[in-house]
Design a protein around this ligand. Structure first.
Ligand SMILES: [Zn+2]
Length: 174
């Protein structure tokens, strides 16, 4: 796996057993990733890592927090939303860097002699997953385009298409 170097990483060489906490402050541009270059992630991103090390393994909890800036999907008014993302990875220390049991995204082997573990990719992933699919004004009365029973707010198109609706669809597709 190729990742940009060391945006978020923790030093594990000589790390004692028990809980270790780390705080990072970064920007989306630090990740050099086109998915994060979108305007939503324009504010500071706080990352908290809690690592619990035992002799055989290490549990890493990632929490990301940022105030993302969107525009309402309905009325296009700008709005801010605090996003919190959470992710947990379990690292099993190994002498060979390979796991005997089946490994997956959340369960990985870690070379016992590794100096650092790079979490950049996981933090990026956590952040992206914290982004909601749909963003609309939290306060319906503030949303200038929100109307009860409006076709704009219907989840599926049940009515027959009217010329008015067609031109609206064209506008939305712009
Ligand atoms: Zn709105």
């Amino acid at each position: 796996m190729v990742t940009e170097k060391g945006v978020i990483g923790i030093r594990i060489a000589g790390l004692s057993e028990g809980l270790h906490e780390y705080d990072f402050a970064c920007k989306a541009s630090d990740f050099k990733n086109p998915e994060l270059a979108e305007p939503a992630f324009c504010n500071e991103i706080r990352v908290r890592i809690a690592a619990v090390r035992t002799e055989r393994e290490m549990t890493v909890d990632i929490e990301t927090k940022t105030v993302a800036e969107f525009s309402c999907d309905r009325c296009l008014e700008p709005l801010k939303k605090e996003l919190t993302g959470k992710y947990r990875i379990l690292f099993a220390f190994s002498d060979t860097g390979a796991l005997s049991e089946k490994s997956d995204e959340n369960y990985r082997a870690l070379d016992r002699n590794a100096v650092t573990v790079d979490l950049t990719e996981d933090v990026r992933e956590t952040l992206l997953l914290s982004k909601p699919m749909k963003v609309v004004c939290a306060d319906k009365s503030a949303c200038t385009l929100y109307q009860e029973n409006s076709p704009l707010n219907a989840d599926h198109e049940s009515e027959t298409a009217s010329p008015w609706k067609e031109s609206l669809e064209k506008l939305k597709g712009k």
